[in-house]
Write a protein that binds this ligand. Sequence first.
Ligand SMILES: C[C@H](O)[C@H](O)[C@H]1CNC2=NC(N)=NC(=O)C2=N1
Length: 97
Amino acid sequence: MQVEALSQAEREDALDGLPDWDYEDGRDAITRTFTFDDFNQAFGFMTQVALLAEKANHHPEWSNVYNRVEILLTTHDAGGLSSRDVEMAQAIDALVE
Ligand SMILES: C[C@H](O)[C@H](O)[C@H]1CNC2=NC(N)=NC(=O)C2=N1
């Protein structure tokens, strides 16, 4: 399914609604770092995110070091931030609320 990158106004609105995410200018992406008690919790979270990603067919760029998970969301097919990233960020936030 074709998806377009957000307009500047849409991007600003989206970022206002995602206060825990940082905007990464060079990539037109959003990032958030999650810290857990230990690796087991971090990996459990990654498993939940992986299931969300497969369901949405929208996949994070991410890395894990022990109890820390860094996630970057952007839409490769659109060359930047799209509504898919906003929806994925909201779904990921809901996992840790
Ligand atoms: C072919 C497949 O549907 C596409 O490559 C999907 C898969 N997951 C994706 N994930 C992300 N983050 N961006 C994409 O553009 C994307 N495209």
